[in-house]
Design a protein around this ligand. Structure first.
Ligand code: PLP
Length: 471
C-alpha cells in the first residue's frame, strides 16, 4: 500500500471508529452469530494476488463485525470490562505506527523511561508503598505467573532458575483463596509446580480467605517437609468481587517468610479513590501487586501494572543476557525484558500516558465514583423487588443477583437463572455473565464501561425484569 493510500484509509478508519463509538449502542451487545458462521464467510486460503483495500474493508464490515461482541457497548455488564477510551485508542494507533519492539532500553529509550514514570504515577495514584517498583505486563495472568516464579525463586534461595522445583527441599506449595482467579492455577501449572501443590483455602461468610485455615495449612505443609513458596490474595475476586483479609494474610506471610502477592486485577483501579483504600488495608505488606488498567482505567487491552518490592526475586528467574541482548542502559534504568515472560515488548506505556493526562486523576476518580454509586442504586432496586434476590452486596461496582420466579418461590433456581441468562444474552440488549455462590448459579452485574451512564444501568435492569417476565 502506498503511503498516500494509507493516509486516506487511516482517515477513513478514524472516521469509522468515531462513528462506531457513536452508534455502538445500536448493536447487539453479545455477538449473535452461531459457531462457524464467521469461518464460512472467510476465504479458505490466502489470495495469490493482492486485493484492493476497499474490498478488505467491505468484508470487515460484512463478515467480521457481526462476529464481534461489543465490549465498548454501554450495556456491557459482563465479566469485567475491558474498557477503552478515545485517548487510549489514539495512543494505540501511534504505537502501531511506530511499531517499536521495546525489549531493551536501547530499542526505544522513551518506552522504557515512560514505563518507569507511568508506574511511579500509578503507584502514587493508588497510594501503594513507595518502595514498589512497577513494570507493564501484557495480562493479569502473566503478572500472577511472575509472582509465582518470584515466590518459587525466593523459597529456593535463588535455585529455582537453575534447578526448577527440584531446587527446594520438598514440593513447593502455593496458597490462594477458593475464589482466586483461574490464572493462579494456570501459573502454578506453567511454573512446573503442579496444580496438586496449589492449596485453595476455603472462604469465610464474607467471601474472604480464612486466614486461620491458611495458617494451619502452612504449618501442616512445613511439618510434612513441603516448602511454602507463595501466597496469592485477591482484592476483588472475579466471580463475586471477594476481598481477602490482606493484613492478616500479610502478617502470616511475613512471619513465615513467604512471597506475598495481591491480585487486584479489577478492583485495584478502585484504589485511586481514598474512600476505597481501607478495604485494602494491609496491602503494604505485599511483596508484589497487580492491577489491570485495561479493566477499569479506560486503557485499551493489554495493560497490566505489576509491582514488586524485591525485583531480584523475579529477575533472578527471567534474566538471561546472550551477547546479542547486552544492555546499554544506566544502572538505575531497568531492562524490562528481564521482567516479562516474552522477550519482545509492546510500547504499552504510551496509552497510559495519554489516558492519565487527558482524564487527569480527578477525572478518573469521578468516573469510578459514578460506577460505584450506580451499583449501589441498582442494589437498592433489586432489594425492593420480591421476584429477585440480591445475593451479594455490591463490592465496588459488582453485585450478584438471582431471579426467584414471579411468585418469588421457584424450585429449580439454577435452571431458571441459566434460562434467564440465555434469554438476556440472546436478546442482545445487555450482556451479563454468571458465577457460582455456594454452589448455586447467580448472575453478576458489573458496571465499569467507559460509555455507560446511569440511564444504561436503569435500562439494563428494566430489560432484565422484562425478560424475566417471559420465563
Ligand atoms: N485476576 C483476576 C482477579 C481477574 O479477574 C482476571 C481476569 O478477569 C485475571 C486475573 C486475569 O487477567 P488477564 O485477563 O489480564 O489475564
Amino acid at each position: 500500500m502506498e503511503l498516500s493510500e494509507f493516509r486516506a484509509r487511516a482517515n477513513q478508519c478514524a472516521d469509522w471508529v468515531a462513528d462506531y463509538l457513536e452508534i455502538v449502542e445500536t448493536y447487539p451487545v453479545r455477538s449473535q452469530v452461531r459457531p462457524g458462521d464467521v469461518l464460512k464467510a472467510l476465504a479458505a486460503s490466502c489470495p495469490e494476488q493482492p486485493e484492493p483495500m476497499a474490498d478488505v474493508f467491505a468484508d470487515f464490515q460484512a463478515s467480521i463485525l457481526p462476529g464481534i461482541t461489543h465490549w465498548q457497548h454501554p450495556k456491557f455488564f459482563a465479566y469485567f470490562n475491558a474498557n477503552s477510551s478515545p485517548p487510549s485508542v489514539l495512543a494505540e494507533f501511534l504505537t502501531a505506527g511506530l511499531a517499536a519492539q521495546c525489549m531493551l532500553w536501547e530499542t526505544s529509550p522513551a518506552a522504557a523511561e515512560l514505563e518507569m514514570r507511568m508506574m511511579e504515577w500509578l503507584r502514587e495514584l493508588l497510594a501503594l508503598p513507595k518502595d514498589f517498583v512497577g513494570s507493564i505486563q501484557d495480562s493479569g495472568s502473566a503478572s500472577n505467573l511472575c509472582a509465582i516464579l518470584a515466590g518459587a525463586n525466593h523459597a529456593t534461595r535463588g535455585r529455582f532458575a537453575h534447578d526448577g522445583a527440584a531446587g527446594a527441599s520438598g514440593p513447593l506449595m502455593i496458597y490462594a483463596s477458593a475464589e482466586a482467579h483461574s490464572s493462579v492455577e494456570k501459573g502454578v501449572r506453567i511454573a512446573g509446580i503442579g496444580a496438586a501443590n496449589l492449596r485453595k483455602i476455603p472462604i469465610r461468610d464474607d467471601l474472604g480467605l480464612d486466614p486461620e485455615i491458611l495458617r494451619r495449612a502452612i504449618a501442616e505443609d512445613r511439618d510434612a517437609g513441603r516448602v511454602p513458596a507463595c501466597i496469592v490474595a485477591s482484592f476483588g475476586g472475579t466471580g463475586l468481587g471477594s476481598i481477602d483479609p490482606l493484613r492478616a494474610i500479610g502478617e502470616i506471610a511475613r512471619r513465615e517468610n513467604i512471597h506475598y502477592h495481591v491480585d487486584a486485577a479489577w478492583a485495584g483501579s478502585g484504589l485511586i479513590l481514598p474512600e476505597v483504600r481501607p478495604l485494602a488495608e494491609g496491602v503494604e505488606l505485599a511483596d508484589s501487586f497487580v492491577f489491570n488498567p485495561h479493566k477499569w482505567l479506560f486503557t485499551n487491552f493489554d495493560c497490566s501494572a505489576f509491582f514488586m518490592r524485591e525485583t531480584a526475586r523475579l529477575t533472578g528467574v527471567l534474566s538471561l543476557t546472550p551477547a546479542y541482548l547486552q544492555s546499554t542502559a544506566a544502572a538505575d534504568i531497568p531492562e524490562y525484558r528481564d521482567w516479562s515472560i516474552a522477550l519482545g515488548r509492546r510500547f504499552r506505556a504510551l496509552k497510559l500516558w495519554f489516558v492519565l493526562r487527558t482524564y487527569g486523576a480527578g477525572g478518573l476518580r469521578a468516573k469510578l465514583r459514578e460506577h460505584i454509586a450506580w451499583t449501589q442504586r441498582l442494589a437498592d432496586r433489586i432489594r425492593k423487588d420480591a421476584r429477585f434476590e440480591l445475593v451479594t452486596e455490591p463490592r465496588l461496582a459488582l453485585l450478584a443477583f438471582r431471579y426467584r420466579g414471579a411468585q418469588g418461590d421457584a424450585e429449580d433456581l439454577d435452571a431458571l437463572n441459566e434460562e434467564l441468562l440465555k434469554r438476556i444474552n440472546g436478546s442482545g440488549r445487555l450482556y451479563l455473565t454468571k458465577t457460582l455462590y455456594r454452589g448455586r448459579v447467580v448472575i453478576r452485574f458489573v458496571i465499569g464501561q467507559t460509555y455507560t451512564t446511569q440511564r444504561h444501568v436503569e435500562e439494563g435492569w428494566n430489560d432484565v425484569v422484562e425478560i424475566a417476565a417471559t420465563l
